[in-house]
Design a protein around this ligand. Structure first.
Ligand code: ATP
Ligand code: MG
Length: 595
């Protein structure tokens, strides 16, 4: 749905039909109704290119791009690149790829570094207005003077430095000869403000390092708080949505925008053109740790095999794992946007992606824990070919062929030697239907239907087919107690590598557990604080037998191994060495095990 801001009544009527719209959209509608920003909608998605995007970012993306699109506006991509020590073009490219994969389009791409000159000039203007000063105190001294939320801070002894001196020192900060940490530029606001961000926040610091975009031009760089709001304002952003930790930054955001309007002479209350910041709750999921900083540690420490490891909560990890963009976005739509921190259940995410995969996955036969089944009354060397439906949810996906012969692989779990009455699969004296094929039965006599090796392991199962029991044949409606089991023909299947994943984190809330552990253990950081909570068995590699048709599937294709789970083709897969990732089970196995 793409609507222009003109037909507001229509939009509202449309929205009224839905159960609820989130408070951000409500605010947006109100702003449009009041004619703010000339009824324009312009948003931005502002990642810092210091890592790959994760599922949390998908929530911000869905809002920033989604609402702009819905109301006929534009969302720009803004690389928030004010920390040259951590950033890289590799990340910029990955961010673009991931947004596109999720299905969104940006208007323009901007970089905070595009504004370095403008920010510098603005800072100079503020110095000239007596609104900023150079502080020569150490970081510790500045921190000590900050006070507490209930206790006013104290003014820096450098607070009233003459303008000329401030201007000269500001130039020196950027000369490349100033030692980092020796001086900072601070805004002169209010050291007694109840909002700690107003207690003379730092605007500029010396880094003395080149920037990957601006080269050696700058040695002093602006802080986030002195960058974001002005970039929004200069770009013409109308709505600046961000997460809850920025609530307390908002007054400073507004103040810097006020100052910017004043400096460029547009501080006219009638022409209320300004960006408006609104905060929503972060996405946080059980058994997952977000934040690029943490994810970088997992990559650097080799806990996972790169940013796109299917165990990673990154967008590229989820993509490789086999979740679809539609599945991810449907989950985000379900959890919505609120003003309260939440921890959502991973099972809710899995159920959303499972619903989506059910619609798009191609049904195939694969045996992941194989044991051989011999159909004694089916002639050796003979082959029957069946037509298998690719996707019962979508006829257009067509069919493919699957071969049946005397020797088959079936799942070891589908046979039981001492099967109880309620075991409706194969065992001595039991009958089952083979998917797409005959009803078969095992002899009552275990000696006749089971072969074992010297250690007593079952190596082969023997059964007989019941004639004319295939679909459409005379005995096809024969009633049996057993279920339908899947199989692949030994002579017509391919060997494949199957990668099964388990939770990377053993605890529900790794974020809090890691933080608590760090506190209890002398402030240990990084991997040391994470290790106790990481699941050492999060990846299991198995050999499986799959039907031949799978060699024709492309990397990232969505599959359902019937009766086993959703899988996809890994990019590592080649026709000679097939590799599949388990995306998610058919039902919630984790819940069952942990009941
Ligand atoms: P991280 O610490 O994970 O790197 P960040 O907030 O520093 O996250 P940025 O790249 O700076 O990440 O953020 C880009 C946008 O994504 C911001 O608007 C931020 O608020 C939003 N964002 C980040 N994490 C989440 C999350 N878990 N849920 C929703 N939005 C998020
Ligand atoms: Mg950040």
């Amino acid at each position: 749905m793409n609507m222009s801001a003109e037909n507001l009544e229509e939009i509202k009527a449309e929205e009224g039909k839905r159960e609820s719209i989130n408070f951000i959209e409500e605010q947006l509608l109100k702003d449009l109704a009041e004619g703010k920003n000339g009824k324009k909608v312009q948003t931005r998605f502002p990642p810092e290119p210091n890592g790959y995007l994760h599922i949390g970012h998908a929530k911000a993306i869905a809002l920033d791009f989604g609402l702009a699109e819905k109301y006929g506006g534009v969302c720009n991509l803004r690389m928030d690149d004010t920390n040259p020590q951590k950033e890289d073009t590799e990340y910029v490219e990955a961010i673009k790829r991931d947004i596109e994969w999720l299905g969104f389009k940006w208007g323009n791409i901007y970089y905070a570094s595009d504004y370095f000159q403008q920010l510098w000039d603005f800072a100079v203007a503020l110095i000239k207005k007596g609104r900023a000063y150079i502080d020569e105190q150490t970081a510790e001294q500045i921190a000590e003077q900050k006070g507490t939320p209930t206790q006013a801070g104290t003014n820096s002894p450098y607070r009233d430095r003459p303008v000329e001196e401030n201007l000269r020192l500001f130039e020196e900060m950027n000369s490349g000869k100033m030692e980092p940490g020796k001086m900072v530029l601070r805004a002169k606001i209010d050291m007694a403000s109840p909002n700690m961000h107003f207690r003379d926040p730092i605007m500029y610091r010396v880094l003395n390092m080149p920037h990957w975009r601006t080269g050696n031009k700058w040695n002093a760089y602006p802080m986030y708080d002195f960058t974001h709001g002005q970039c929004d304002y200069w770009e013409g952003v109308t709505h600046s949505w961000c997460t809850l930790e920025f609530v307390s930054h908002r007054p400073l955001y507004d103040l810097f925008v006020d100052w910017a309007k004043e400096v460029d002479g547009t501080d006219n209350p009638i022409d209320d053109n300004r960006p408006r910041q609104t905060e929503f709750n972060k996405l946080n999921l059980t058994h997952i740790l977000l934040s690029k900083r943490n994810l970088l540690i997992l990559v650097n420490e080799g806990v996972v095999n790169g940013w796109d490891d299917p165990r990673m909560p990154t967008i590229c990890g989820f993509r490789r794992r086999g979740y679809s963009p539609e599945g991810i976005l449907s989950f985000i739509d379900k959890i919505g946007y609120t003003k309260f921190d939440a921890l959502n259940q991973m099972s809710l995410f899995e159920s959303a992606v499972r619903d989506d995969l059910n619609k798009r996955a191609q049904r195939v036969s694969a045996v992941v824990n194989p044991v051989k089944l011999v159909i004694d009354n089916f002639p050796e060397g003979e082959v029957e070919t069946y037509t298998a439906i690719n996707n019962p949810e979508n006829e257009a996906d067509g069919t493919h062929e699957i071969e049946f012969s005397r020797e088959l692989w079936i799942e070891r779990e589908d046979f039981m030697e001492d099967a109880p009455k309620k075991f409706f699969r194969l065992g001595p004296g039991k009958q089952v239907r083979l998917k797409n094929s005959y009803i078969i039965e095992c002899s009552e006599n275990p000696e006749e239907c089971i072969r074992k090796d010297a250690d007593g392991n079952i190596t082969e199962i023997h059964a007989n087919l019941i004639p004319d029991t295939k679909t459409g044949q005379a005995n096809s409606n024969m009633k049996i107690k057993g279920k339908t089991i899947h199989w692949v023909s030994c002579n017509h299947c391919l060997e494949a590598e199957v990668r099964n994943y388990d939770r990377l984190w053993m605890v529900e809330n790794p974020r809090d557990e890691v933080a608590a552990y760090s506190k209890e253990h002398g402030d240990v950081r990084g991997i040391e604080a994470m290790r106790p909570f990481l699941n050492p068995n999060s990846l299991e590699i198995k050999k499986a037998y799959v039907e031949k048709w799978l060699a024709t599937r492309k990397p990232m294709d969505y599959l359902q191994f019937q009766r086993i789970g959703y899988y996809n083709v890994d990019p590592d897969s080649t026709p000679e060495h097939l590799v599949f990732n388990r995306t998610v089970g058919l039902t919630d196995a984790w819940k069952k095990i942990n009941k």
